[in-house]
Design a protein around this ligand. Structure first.
Ligand SMILES: [Zn+2]
Length: 465
């Protein structure tokens, strides 16, 4: 959720409410304190989400793909003793050690890098189920680490996707019938129920029925992999799944019962996935949903006792360009002030305001995407859960630009143009914003190393010595 994503989402949100858009503000833009975060990791100029979240929750930068272990652990270190000896204590673990409650919420798999860095220690972010690990590895997989986390009763709330990573391969998924991914025979969803006052839910009806007052440990896994993009959630999900806002609300209502307080991590994890697919529409509508989740959190807490931080782990190569006039549709063709037709490039071709520096939207001289964009996704189901890893469309590279004159550029499935053809659009390396409310929020100012976020949380929670 780089700054261009925030700006474009602000405009998209404003236009979806009937305004011109530029004057609008997302909820977290009202936060009184702001800083920039330097996101590089120990070995990456442009990072992945494992070392960036490790920096935020442990105060220490590490190498790519590593989750809450120090930089001296080799990538994919198989030996559990080596990982144990080099693990970094997380703010979530400190919260539990100090008698607070703790929760993680994401629209990604709850075993994906960002949520996992809060509770798991491993030098390979992809070891989400035991079957994903290298042969002979003794480091526990991430799903097992979530359920086996045993500090002061364990994690209190975990809501997101990734159900098959918790189910044995002898059990089929209740919603889609696919097999579980676990080879060790464990059903981690039943293991979860050994906790006190615990519930496990996998659909919206059961989620809605959870009474926060009588439930102390809640595991909710709403898809075999990532949950749906917000744009597809209501129309595409078989059994129904809660929104990020609904998950955030339920999590706070359970956690806030603890008089000592709580730590909660909430991730709008699919903003990143939509960008990787080269699809601005879903990135913007998922950012809009994150803003709604922040509103729910602001309304349920007081800035007198609750620090709320909104940030990104890294950016994407996403730009807002040209000279579109005020109120020009953010997903549309660029049209200048007073113009009656879209602006044209040096080839005499119109172009969109939103573009990517690389990714799957590259069509070269082909206009195939423009003509066919309505059929993307419907054809191959690419917008369904788990679509992070591949592109819904691919074209052989050619010279020049596509003719967008009659293109459906505002279609939800349109992929914005990209300069460099790649299967997946990549992360961006520039600084991201930090927005903050509440105790110690004033410590965010200027340009900061990403790992300082941990130290502000630690100070606010009274853990700093
Ligand atoms: Zn990513």
């Amino acid at each position: 959720m780089g700054i261009s994503t925030i700006t474009a989402s602000r405009i998209y949100d404003g236009q979806s409410k009937g305004g011109k858009g530029e004057e609008n503000s997302l909820v977290f833009e009202y936060a009184p304190y702001l800083a920039l975060s330097k996101t590089y990791s120990v070995d990456q100029q442009t990072p992945d989400s494992a070392p960036t979240m490790t920096a935020m929750v442990t105060g220490i930068k590490t190498i790519g793909d590593s989750l809450s272990v120090n930089q001296y652990v080799a990538h994919s270190e198989p030996n559990a003793n080596v990982v144990e000896a080099n693990k970094l204590t997380t703010i979530l673990e400190q919260a539990k050690l100090n008698g607070l409650s703790a929760g993680v919420v994401s629209t990604a798999r709850i075993t994906h890098a960002t949520p996992a860095a809060t509770y798991a220690h491993t030098a390979n972010r992809d070891w989400e189920a035991d079957s994903n690990r290298d042969a002979g590895a003794t480091v526990p997989d991430i799903a097992a680490q979530l359920v086996d986390f045993n500090i002061t009763g364990g994690i209190d709330v975990a809501l997101g996707g990734g159900r098959t990573y918790f189910l044995p391969n002898t059990v089929t998924d209740p919603e889609y019938g696919v097999a579980g991914k676990r080879k060790d025979g464990r059903n981690l969803t039943t293991d979860w129920l050994k906790k006190t006052n615990s519930k496990y839910v996998w659909n919206k009806t059961d989620f809605d029925a959870i009474d926060p007052n009588s439930t102390d440990h809640l595991l909710g896994l709403f898809e075999p992999s990532h949950v749906h993009f917000e744009a597809d959630r209501l129309t595409h999900d078989k059994a129904g799944e809660p929104s990020l806002t609904e998950m955030t609300t339920k999590a706070i209502d359970i956690l806030k019962k603890n008089p000592n307080g709580y730590f909660l991590m909430v991730e709008g994890g699919r903003i990143d996935h939509a960008h990787h697919l080269g699809n601005a529409y879903r990135a913007l509508s998922d950012t809009q949903q994150l803003s709604a989740a922040v509103l729910a959190a602001v309304q349920r807490t007081s800035p007198k006792d609750t620090l709320i931080i909104v940030t990104a782990d890294h950016s994407h190569v996403f730009t807002i360009g040209g000279y579109p006039q005020r109120g020009n549709p953010i997903l549309g063709l660029t049209q200048g002030v007073g113009a009656k037709t879209p602006d044209l490039d040096l080839l005499g071709l119109p172009y969109t305001t939103l573009n990517y520096a690389n990714g799957s939207g590259y069509t070269g001289a082909s206009n195939a995407q423009a003509a066919g964009s309505k059929t993307f996704g419907a054809k191959d189901g690419a917008w369904a859960s788990g679509s992070e890893g591949h592109s819904p469309s691919s074209y052989s590279a050619a010279n020049g630009r596509p003719t967008l004159t009659n293109a459906l550029v505002q279609d939800p499935n349109y992929l914005q143009e990209a300069i460099v053809p790649l299967n997946q659009e990549t992360h961006g390396g520039e600084d991201v914003a930090i927005f903050a409310y509440g105790p110690q929020a004033h410590l965010f100012h200027g340009i900061m190393e990403q790992n300082v976020i941990y130290h502000v949380m630690s100070e606010a929670l009274g853990f700093a010595k």
